[in-house]
Design a protein around this ligand. Structure first.
Ligand SMILES: Nc1nc2c(c(=O)[nH]1)N[C@H]1C(S)=C(S)[C@@H](COP(=O)(O)O)O[C@H]1N2
Ligand SMILES: [Mo]
Length: 257
């Protein structure tokens, strides 16, 4: 099968290279190198690879498959590495889908956080309320898919506690985030409940500055940078796949680091 396919597609090597890029390390570990042939990929994805449309469909299928494998391999009790404060990267890099002079200015006096969807009491939250909850801090590494990483110190409330207080249905699949700059992302519930997932209000001991996401950034050392939303204004607990700004443009949805 694979030989026939190979002959019928002179671009086979390129397709396999693309698929290998799509197929993240855990999936490769799980299945070994065997599947990295056209026949193997066709079998794995259940797609035929006869034209460009079907190749794209296959690559998309593999990306969803990666999400499933990463979710399967995610250990909710395994902690990401933490670092001494002496290792904090200074200055910590800024990144967004726009330049630093376009960072949104959120007014703390009128700011309200909405938590809705599959929660018992749909309502808005004030910043004071979140500051009054038990605070924790962590020094962890933020890894951006664009090829840089940096160690920073964030402080805030365990997101699991926020969800508990909101009466969230923690058997729901997704938690979605909408941001003041119209950015959006969404995460799986096991990651939302992870002990190191913090709804952060401070950076390096100071109120989170605008560039790092005032008034709050969801910080997850178990996920890549683009999964960590800044300037959150609304949180939705849902079973409907929410996608996200970069995810809708082809970034892997699970986005584990
Ligand atoms: N609201 C919002 N959140 C966002 C982004 C964004 O553009 N808008 N960019 C993401 C990406 S790709 C990265 S790497 C980090 C950068 O966070 P930092 O500016 O604190 O380093 O924010 C993430 N969260
Ligand atoms: Mo990023």
């Amino acid at each position: 099968m694979s030989l026939k396919l190979f002959k019928s597609r002179p671009d086979a090597e390129l397709i396999i290279k693309d698929a290998a890029k799509e197929l993240k390390a855990p999936a490769r570990r799980l299945f070994g190198k065997r599947i990295l042939s056209l026949g193997g990929l066709a079998m794995l994805s259940g797609c035929s690879i006869t034209d460009d449309k079907s190749v794209n469909a296959m690559l998309r299928r593999i990306s969803f498959f990666n999400d499933d494998v990463q979710a399967l391999l995610f250990d909710p009790n395994k902690l990401a590495p933490t670092y001494p404060e002496s290792m904090i990267t200074r200055p910590f890099p800024f990144n967004a889908f726009y330049d630093i002079d376009e960072v949104p200015e959120v007014d703390p006096s009128t700011y309200k956080l909405e938590i809705d969807g599959l929660v018992k009491g749909k309502r808005v939250w004030t910043l004071d309320e979140l500051h009054a909850m038990p605070q924790e801090s962590q020094v962890t590494r933020h890894i951006c898919i664009e090829g840089w990483s940096a160690i920073g110190k964030w402080g805030g409330v365990r997101f699991a506690q926020v969800l508990a207080r909101a009466g969230a249905d923690t058997s729901a699949k997704y938690v979605a985030f909408h941001c003041a700059d119209n950015y959006s992302t969404s995460i799986d519930m096991p990651t939302a409940l992870h002990a190191q997932t913090l709804l952060t209000l401070t950076y390096d001991g100071q109120i989170l500055p605008p560039k790092y996401g005032f008034p709050m950034k969801l910080r997850m050392p178990t996920k890549l940078g683009y999964k960590n939303p800044k300037h959150i204004v609304a949180i939705t607990v849902t079973n409907d796949y929410p996608g996200g700004y970069w995810e809708n443009q082809g970034y892997n949805w699970f986005g584990g680091s």
